[in-house]
Write a protein that binds this ligand. Sequence first.
Ligand code: NAP
Length: 453
Amino acid sequence: MANAKQSATNYVNQVFETVKKRNPNEDEFLQAVSEIFHSLVPVFEKKAVYMEHNILERIVEPDRAISFRVPWVDDDGVIQVNRGYRIQFNNTIGPYKGGVRFHPSVNLSIVKFLGFEQIFKNSLTGLPIGGGKGGADFDPKGKSDVEIMRFCQSFMSELFKHIGPDKDVPAGDIGVGSREVGYLFGQYKKMRGQYEAGVLTGKGLNYGGSLARKEATGFGAVYFVKEMLQDQQDNFENKTVVVSGSGNVATYAMEKAKELGAKVVACSDSDGYIYDKNGINIDTVKQIKQVEEKRIKEYVNQHQDAEFISNSSAIWDIACDIALPCATQNELDKDAAKRLVENGVQAVGEGANMPCTADAIETFMNHGILFAPGKAANAGGVAVSALEMSQNSLRLSWDFKEVDDQLQKIMANIYKRCVNAATEYGHAGNLVMGANIAGFEKVADAMVEQGVV
Ligand code: NAP
């Protein structure tokens, strides 16, 4: 047994060293790989077959990484150039699936970390989807609608060569909502000369989108935390909740938490956070962010008791029972985690991808805080995207309740899979390990079955 543990540890360390050498300066990617690799030691201890097939070295290398120029003309007639990416990471259990992010911070490391995580997240949903991710270092803030359209068209003029309903199915992410998906879809259709609804998800309802897709990630994250609380004979009622971000995931996480009886007292954008002791008015947030496309600080103009603090990371100073980081990667560090613990936080659910740093997660674990990792907790979005693909194949659309009911079942099932995997491998209650292990095993088994490809 001691030997098995030693050889599993050696194997993981040795592959991680190779990954570090091969991917220098890719901090976010290495952070995501490190977390998953270290969760897998007990798996390799028990199942040497994965080492014999060298699954780690194979799974950590994307099938392909595409990078391309995106030229477009702004409203002043000036030619602009951005860089686009699509990482097709792993299609062992289905076509590549994962969103596209438009944000100035996008680079190869970020797209690779997101694509790598997506393999395991998609596997956890139980649906037939592989892992991929894309994006561009384009900043949609302050751009006119026509500039956004021109950018999306240029981006798709290259991307269309690489995607398809049975090949690679992008969706939205930060900076890419239904407007952008619409422009991307329009251009794809024009380039291909045929109607392939299933090539993108997060589409508008008029042309093949699914009801409940826009709500799915936020609702799903709350459903996951609800399962965690239920296991402790607890629920959302009368809980104080803090949610970071005020975009797609944050808005619908707030809405569902409120519907389940919680009081959401704060949310944020990258300029700062708002605190409303009476509970955030979600309609006001939607009006400001989705309709007027303004900054969250506008909220205080309409709610006298609310305050705006121009420091978004200080949102974690607020005492709460449940914290839902729903903005971006590494937004909650060790100090923030300590403050949350000191202030009595009970549960933390990652609506965003990798919002908590590794030492923040360790802090939560060491203090027995219920912790829902993003890979599992925010998988509701991609799960409903897969349901959108199913509806497109059937040329049918399901009603909101049908999709939402399926989402709830999927989230409950993901929770069970995480709990069971953690328990099976001797780490009961550690959902980080449970999510990584359960997501990994399905893909790894399928890789073994499919041979060296
Ligand atoms: P979004 O609609 O673009 O919203 C992102 C929000 O986060 C915006 O309010 C943004 O504010 C805010 N933000 C960015 N950086 C921040 C910071 N440092 N501090 C505070 N707020 C900050 O994006 P989204 O779709 O909600 O995605 C949010 C996260 O969820 C990402 O990690 C994404 O990968 C993950 N996710 C999304 C989905 C999905 O279905 N959309 C699915 C799974 C995971 P500004 O307006 O100031 O930029």
